[in-house]
Design a protein around this ligand. Structure first.
Ligand SMILES: *Cc1c(COP(=O)(O)O)cnc(C)c1O
Length: 387
């Protein structure tokens, strides 16, 4: 029986040709394909600068470093995300806390953020960093979060791992009009892929310089950053502690080629999502909310099962679909309930909206190459089990 995953890459002949061209060239890494990819993404999004790295996790880490996050600083993010959105601050020896989500958008709730900021100001616990996550590709309320950042003086890193190709108001996600930096992921389940890969975008030159340093060992060849006169043409200096988070040219070429089809990828996702909206509207499911201020990249199509209206539990539905080789998934187990975070003092009940969302959420298949026929099978299977 055919397997229908919840998400899947799409690789064209042009993508393959681009990769083969790099393999036949002089540069497998640190070559010209990197800058081309960075330029393609930055220009698409309308950001000044972009730094390509080997994953979004690395991108989040160097973004935190560039923001100056260090020992004792506080970082806040959404509990409804992949663990990397929180871990990145821990890499920098900062502490992590969460803001509960909005029950409609499943994104960080801007009103709760404001409330928590007001309380934290009184107790002297303000965060240095907030990482909003554009869950499923739909933007957070960035206008309000950006206003709060000016009022309370925190840095914003958008975790837009789900959201390349999406828009917020009249801007593209990634333009950084409402943030200091934006991070994308190019893992194969995401909208655009490089196998593994990530990127940080920013409009600030000071951050751009730091991001480049941290990507590659803290080493520079830029004379204006060096502490002494160059000893000769071979000379470089390590001026900070960085990492090897470089993307290869092989991956970058794949990414640049994929960028040509980004709009096509997202509009196909919208077409398929509308088919789901139509077919599933009478089932005991809560369908994804569409924010009129945002055009979602639709990385995920998440339904919530109304268990009270059916005899079926989420787990039963999940297992029944898996038996039909429909590989549904659940995004996400709230980060604060992970054992590692429980050990830091978090517990059940800390962020109740994220927890109750998690109890009923199910991500059903949505990707560019999902055929109408396969989608019909998914919809029929859901109807069979729920009506
Ligand atoms: C996928 C993902 C990441 C991590 O991306 P990698 O490229 O796999 O490191 C981070 N945050 C969110 C929200 C993600 O979905």
């Amino acid at each position: 029986m055919k397997v229908i995953p919840y998400g899947c890459q799409n690789i064209s002949d042009n993508d393959i040709r681009s990769v083969v061209d790099v393999l036949k060239s002089d540069w497998l890494t640190q070559g010209p394909a990197i800058e081309r990819f960075e330029r393609a993404v930055a220009d698409y999004c309308g950001a000044k600068y972009a730094v390509a790295v080997n994953s979004a996790t690395s991108a989040l880490h160097i973004a935190c470093r560039a923001a100056g996050i260090g020992c004792g600083d506080r970082s806040w993010t959404s509990p409804n995300s992949f663990v990397a959105s929180a871990n990145c601050a821990l890499y920098c020896e900062a502490t992590v806390d969460f803001i509960d989500i909005d029950p409609q958008t499943y994104n960080i709730c801007a009103d709760k953020l404001e409330e928590k900021l007001r309380v934290s100001e009184c107790t002297g616990n303000l965060p240095k960093l907030v990482i909003p996550v554009h869950f499923a590709g739909q933007s957070c309320e960035m206008e309000k979060i950006s206003r709060l950042s000016r009022e309370y003086g925190f840095t914003i890193i958008e975790d837009a791992s789900h959201a390349i190709g999406g828009r917020y108001r009249d801007t593209r996600i990634g333009c950084c009009a409402y943030s200091d930096m934006t991070v994308f992921s190019f893992h194969p389940v995401k909208i655009v892929t490089t196998g593994e890969g990530g990127m940080v975008l920013t409009n600030r030159e000071d951050l751009y310089e730091k991001l480049q340093l941290y990507r590659s060992h803290g080493i520079t060849r830029n004379p204006s950053l060096m502490h002494s006169e160059a000893h000769g043409p071979w000379y470089y200096e390590q001026i900070d502690l960085g990492y090897n988070y470089r993307l290869t040219d092989i991956q970058a070429a794949l990414g640049t080629s994929q960028m040509n089809r980004l709009d096509e990828f997202v509009s196909r996702r919208h077409y398929l999502a509308q088919r789901y909206d139509q077919a599933l509207k009478d089932l005991p499911l809560i369908l994804p909310y569409r924010d009129l201020n945002a055009y979602s990249a639709l990385h995920l199509y998440v339904v919530q099962l109304d268990e009270k209206k059916t005899g079926v539990t989420r787990k039963q539905l999940f297992e029944a679909l898996r038996k039909k080789n429909i590989l549904v998934n659940v995004h996400y187990t709230p980060i604060h309930t992970q054992p590692y975070y429980r050990e830091k003092g978090f517990s059940d009940g800390d962020f109740p909206v994220a927890e109750s969302y998690y109890a009923s959420a199910l991500s059903i298949p949505l990707y560019f190459s999902l055929t109408e026929e396969d989608q019909d099978f998914v919809m029929a299977s859901l109807k069979e089990m729920l009506s």
